[in-house]
Design a protein around this ligand. Structure first.
Ligand code: NDP
Length: 324
């Protein structure tokens, strides 16, 4: 199936509708050979956006991705790579995290070194920083763009009001404004993308969305229905909080058999159906896939073929089942 491309909000950037991210896996859960196989599988399937962050495996995820990108030597125009700033890498000093001018600039330089690229296509503020005036962050991002180190900047998990405040500051001071957001979006987590951000999509400068955890960290595959498999991310050291969260999702676990039944009726699998549901929302610029093995990624990339079957009737059946 040919990859679909969508504009990143109102920018001119064409992003593949399915993209691929490094959280949990690169530099942590999986070895470098598997990481390479995953990145190549994604690229060969037409994925053009690879998502990363300074905080993923304390910078190791970017180092691993950078080595693979360098060895692959793909034309720079053929892929989009991101980093995110806020959580810090392995350095733990007072200015090693947050959205101050100092950290935003230094984290960008560190990401460029680790990823071995000359510019970041997308650079996200990974969370809002209550300890830094928003204007300081806006000016730092604007400067990185004018220096050619970053092409587009955006936010991740900022409230609509926080994004609007940054836009107002940028408009008032003639700065490059944030043009994309990276929110969680899946059948169990819909409010922010569908309602809270609604006023932002069509107002200047638009809002692209690169959505994360389309499978709710694997919950929407049905793999946790009867306990946690030993080789899943919920057993990765440092992710005890995620395991705790998933184990309290009893109500969500209960609806999974009905969702899987609907997938069978449509002749597909639950992961594909859950991902295709995300894709069916035109406000989603790209769905960032996660995978710890190539077979998962290949399965998930098949969601594209299912998209034509996501009629309004199928979507509403799916949504009512997920909400019960
Ligand atoms: P998902 O919700 O899709 O979870 C992916 C995980 O689910 C895989 O690593 C794998 O885990 C399991 N899985 C995937 N496909 C299958 C399958 N077909 N069958 C069985 N299990 C499957 O996405 P992520 O949570 O990984 O998020 C995707 C990306 O989004 C991240 O890599 C990152 O780039 C970004 N992100 C951004 C955040 C932000 O704050 N901005 C936060 C979180 C993610 P397992 O190893 O357990 O099998």
């Amino acid at each position: 199936m040919t990859m679909l491309h969508r504009r990143l909000g109102q920018t001119g950037l064409q992003v593949s509708a399915l993209s691929f991210g490094a959280w949990v896996t690169f530099g942590n859960q999986i070895g470098d050979d598997t990481a390479r196989e995953l990145l190549h599988t994604a690229y060969d399937a037409g994925v053009n956006f690879f998502d990363n962050a300074e905080g993923y495996a304390e910078g190791q995820a970017e180092i691993v991705m950078g080595r693979i990108l360098k060895a692959a030597a793909w034309p720079r125009g053929s892929f989009i790579v991101s980093s995110k700033v806020f959580f810090g890498d392995s350095y733990r000093g007072a200015n090693g995290r947050g959205l101050s001018r100092k950290h935003v600039v230094e984290a960008c330089h560190a990401a460029l070194r680790r990823l071995q690229v000359e510019h970041l296509d997308l650079y996200f503020c990974h969370r809002p920083d209550p300890d830094t005036p928003v204007g300081e962050t806006c000016r730092a991002m604007h400067d990185l763009i004018t220096q050619g180190k970053v092409l587009y900047w955006g936010t991740s998990e900022w409230s609509a009001e926080e994004i609007a405040a940054a836009r107002r500051f940028c408009a008032a001071h003639n700065l490059h404004a944030p043009v994309m957001e990276q929110p969680q979006y899946n059948l169990f987590h819909r409010q922010r993308v569908e309602q809270e951000y609604a006023p932002l999509y069509d107002t200047e400068p638009g809002l692209g969305t690169t959505i994360w955890s389309p499978l709710a960290s694997g919950l929407l595959t049905g793999k946790y229905n009867s306990g946690v498999p030993a080789d899943s991310r919920l057993n990765v050291k440092g992710l005890e909080w995620l395991r705790e969260r998933v184990s309290t999702e009893k109500a969500k676990l209960a609806v999974l058999p009905a969702l899987a039944e609907l997938a069978r009726e449509l002749g597909t699998t639950l992961p594909r159906l859950a991902i295709a549901w995300c894709l069916a929302n035109p406000r989603v610029s790209t769905v960032i896939l996660g995978a710890s093995r190539p077979a998962q990624l290949t399965e998930n990339l098949g969601a594209l073929e299912l998209l034509p079957k996501l009629t309004p009737e199928v979507r509403s059946r799916l949504e009512s089942l997920a909400a019960t």
